[in-house]
Write a protein that binds this ligand. Structure first.
Ligand SMILES: [Zn+2]
Length: 99
C-alpha cells in the first residue's frame, strides 16, 4: 500500500488553494454530525493515487474542494479504509427523484 498521508496536500500551490476557498466558500463534504462549515483544508476529489496522473493535474482546482478539518479527517479515514477496494461508486439516486 502506497498511502502517504500529508504528502499530497502540501503540493497544492497557495494561489490554487486561495481560488478553491473563494469558489467553495463552505466545507464541501458537510458530514452532518461533525461539519464546522468552514474551509480549513483542501481535499482532492479524486486522490492522486487513483488518478495516476502527474501531480500538477491532480492539483488542478477542478479536482480540489474546500473542506473543514473534521470532515477531511473522516474522508481520509474512509479512503484509507477503502484501501484497494474501489470506493468510487456514485451513491444511488434518492427515491422520488426519478420521474
Ligand atoms: Zn465539513
Amino acid at each position: 500500500m502506497v498511502w502517504e498521508r500529508g504528502r499530497e496536500s502540501s503540493k497544492i500551490p497557495a494561489r490554487v488553494k486561495a481560488f478553491v476557498r473563494a469558489r467553495d466558500k463552505v466545507c464541501q463534504l458537510g458530514y452532518p454530525d461533525i461539519c464546522t462549515g468552514s474551509i480549513d483544508e483542501i481535499d482532492h476529489i479524486v486522490g492522486i493515487a487513483e488518478l495516476r496522473v502527474e501531480r500538477k493535474h491532480a492539483n488542478d482546482a477542478s479536482n480540489l474542494r474546500g473542506v473543514c478539518v473534521p470532515c477531511h479527517k473522516r474522508r481520509t479515514q474512509e479512503q484509507s479504509m477503502a484501501g484497494r477496494r474501489k470506493h468510487l461508486r456514485p451513491p444511488p439516486p434518492p427515491p422520488g427523484l426519478a420521474k
